[in-house]
Design a protein around this ligand. Structure first.
Ligand code: NAI
Length: 212
């Protein structure tokens, strides 16, 4: 049962952007903003903002605008950012290490509790507060610590076997960089696919619109 029934995925996809802008306002000590100012800042119409936020009951007040701290808190609650889902990262290569080192999981609803790789040369290497573990220890680790989310930074060829195993071990969500389409075999699992190449191709289109 969805927590916010009838809210379209496109509205949910816009919430992190609201969160990012509001966080920036809060950092700059701005505690109140009119819907017109917020819409100019975010390059959205005021009515789009109202429509989006009304899906969750609306947070603005006529003549006052939005209370930045309250709205930030509400959006954080809707996204579940306080949840601290236990997460593991599989594949500590170039991409996996960059993600493990630079993502602030803690402020985005996740707690990174394990990093795994099959390359023995990487095993034992410290990464932030963790040490890379041998993939052979995955099963025992999952049985002991019950991670809920996995970040896949492994090649497509390895991803199917590993993801099937992880689902058997209780993983409910994937942040999937692997280019393997998990949703075909596992429609009941939460999957967020990331393809940086898609973003780059979209930029290519936009640049070609300007240059040609
Ligand atoms: P990499 O070769 O540096 O790292 C891959 C790591 O995965 C290696 O350390 C390898 O030992 C490990 N690995 C492979 N199979 C494994 C298994 N079954 N169990 C545990 N560990 C395993 O490669 P890189 O650059 O980090 O990229 C990783 C993957 O992510 C590539 O397949 C690449 O295509 C993909 N990628 C996806 C992007 C996206 O936007 N979705 C962007 C960049 C890379």
């Amino acid at each position: 049962m969805p927590r916010y029934e009838g809210v379209s995925p496109s509205v949910i996809r816009r919430l992190p952007r609201y969160h990012r802008f509001l966080e920036d306002l809060q950092r700059r000590d701005v505690h109140r903003i009119s819907s017109r100012e917020l819409s100019a800042l975010m390059n959205l119409t005021a009515s789009q903002i109202r429509q989006d936020l009304n899906c969750f009951g609306g947070f603005g007040q006529q003549g006052y605008g939005y209370n930045v701290d309250a709205l930030l808190g509400e959006i954080g609650n809707i996204l579940g950012l306080q949840r601290d889902y236990r997460s593991i990262l599989i594949g500590a290569g170039n991409l996996g290490l960059a993600i493990a080192k630079h993502m602030t999981f803690e402020t985005k609803g996740f707690n990174l509790i394990g990093i795994f790789d099959r390359n023995k040369e990487l095993v034992g290497m410290p990464v932030r507060h963790l040490v890379i573990s041998d993939i052979n220890r995955l099963e025992n680790f999952c049985k002991t610590f019950s991670p809920q989310v996995a970040i896949l930074c492994i090649p497509k060829a390895s991803a199917q076997e590993i993801s099937d195993k992880l689902i058997r071990l209780g993983i409910k969500g994937f942040w999937n960089f692997s280019h393997y389409d998990l949703t075909l075999d596992h429609p009941d699992i939460a999957v967020e696919n990331v393809h940086l190449g898609d973003s780059l191709m979209t930029l290519c289109y936009q640049v070609s619109e300007i240059l040609e």
